[in-house]
Design a protein around this ligand. Structure first.
Ligand SMILES: Cc1cc2nc3c(=O)[nH]c(=O)nc-3n(C[C@H](O)[C@H](O)[C@H](O)COP(=O)(O)OP(=O)(O)OC[C@H]3O[C@@H](n4cnc5c(N)ncnc54)[C@H](O)[C@@H]3O)c2cc1C
Length: 383
């Protein structure tokens, strides 16, 4: 994906030029949201890459979106505060009514509204999404929502949230994946009127929250698609999400390899560049090999996705390979920088914390291995 979409990559670099390393460092220290950067990415149209032109977006394919997110992370910035719009919007685009799409998509493309929040994870259900207990009960023209969510990102910097809640109790459905529904919730109306948002401090600068729903009333028209089909709608978006996250990890990996290489050439110890020692060279070279291999799998998954072909195996493998490669490269970069690798001023430690997330979220490495074992290799189901 390196040479493809060069004009988009150039556009990302232009936006990024206004938000140098010091900008990210200062925000990281204060745990603040990169409001200016996200605004500039929106104004440039880049965050609307996947929104069809008829709704005011760029109407591009997934590989173009991958190039954008990869380039953000490769530059040393973090796509995390902005990336949800790319993959969450797909649920609305694929399963929303024409009226919902006409109402929201042009405003999301222009930046008038932000759809950056995605509420699935719960304290008790964890990875087993079908066990989630946040309920939405129909009451006349409304649904009444009760329950809890955890680690829901960007809620304070989003106008809208895609929420997954149970509309039919687990005991009453034939399959545990049925009876869940997706809502497009207006956060501006919900917060303080039945929705309480409490910040969680996590390892990296990521606005992440605990949500408490107490008899929150949302209009019945905010449901996306058919009641009870929400799990399928969310699963539909998973392949795109995994491929996009893989691209971000490739970007992180390239950032680490590039910074480690520059450092190894410049830093002199024992009267010669540290990069002259094979003990320093080889780990960087190996990390580069891993990142480039992960990039090929990501490219393949994106091409299959764009061609409308099945790509579950490739999307999952790309996510795993890329998350592993970025983490390997992160470790190598810290090692190459020595003490400076722990120093905030050199940006490697910040990116190290940021890229660690992708071993766990949005899907953990174990769950990907489980998918490959069962769905690709036909091994017996373990859960
Ligand atoms: C910074 C951050 C931001 C996030 N943002 C969002 C967001 O915006 N929206 C949202 O909905 N969620 C978000 N999440 C939640 C994230 O998707 C979950 O944390 C993740 O899916 C793992 O779920 P869990 O934390 O409940 O882990 P658990 O389900 O408790 O799992 C813990 C560990 O056990 C392993 N495990 C569990 N079951 C099995 C099994 N059967 N076999 C093998 N291993 C297993 C898992 O792989 C994992 O490593 C975010 C998380 C973080 C940390």
């Amino acid at each position: 994906m390196n040479e493809a979409h060069e004009s988009l990559r150039e556009a990302v670099r232009e936006v990024r030029a206004g938000f140098p390393d010091e900008y990210w460092r200062a925000l990281d220290e204060k745990r603040e949201y990169p409001e200016g950067f996200v605004r500039a990415m929106t104004d440039s149209g880049l965050l609307g890459a996947l929104i069809p032109e008829e709704y005011g977006g760029m109407g591009l394919g997934l590989s173009a979106a991958c190039a954008i997110l990869e380039e953000v992370n490769r530059s040393g910035a973090n796509a995390g505060p902005a990336h949800a719009q790319m993959y969450t919007m797909g649920t609305l685009l694929r399963h929303g009514s024409e009226a919902q799409k006409e109402e929201y998509l042009p405003k999301i493309a222009s930046g008038e509204l932000r759809l950056q929040a995605f509420g699935v994870t719960e304290p008790e259900a964890g990875t087993d999404t079908t066990q989630l207990t946040t309920s939405a009960v129909r009451d006349g023209d409304h649904y009444v929502i009760d329950g809890r969510k955890i680690y829901i990102s960007r809620v304070d910097h989003s106008d809208l949230m895609v929420l997954l809640a149970r509309t039919t109790p687990l005991e009453e459905v034939e399959k545990r994946s049925r009876g869940l529904s997706v809502f497009l919730m207006d956060l501006r109306e919900a917060v303080g009127n039945g929705l309480t948002v409490k910040r969680r401090r996590v390892m990296m600068n990521n606005e992440t929250n605990e949500l408490l729903f107490e008899a929150l009333r949302v209009p019945a028209g905010s449901i996306i698609g058919e009641e009870g089909e929400g799990f399928r709608y969310i699963m539909d978006g998973m392949n795109a999400e995994r491929i996009l996250i893989a691209a971000e990890c490739v970007g992180d990996g390239r950032f680490f390899v590039e910074r480690a290489t520059q450092r190894a050439k410049k830093r002199e110890v024992f009267g010669r560049p540290i990069g002259q020692n094979q003990g320093v060279q080889f780990p960087i070279a190996r990390a580069h090999v891993s990142v480039e291999a992960a990039d090929l799998m990501t490219e393949r998954a994106a091409a299959l996705f764009e061609a409308g072909e099945p790509c579950g195996a490739e999307a999952n493998m790309a996510k795993l390979l890329a998350a592993d490669a970025s983490w390997e490269a992160a470790n190598v970069a810290v090692q190459t920088f020595g003490g400076y690798g722990f120093d905030a001023e050199y940006d490697v430690e910040r990116k190290f914390r940021e890229t660690r997330l992708y071993q766990v979220a949005p899907i953990s490495t174990n769950l990907i291995l489980s998918y490959v074992a069962e769905h690709v290799l036909g091994l017996p189901r373990s859960f």
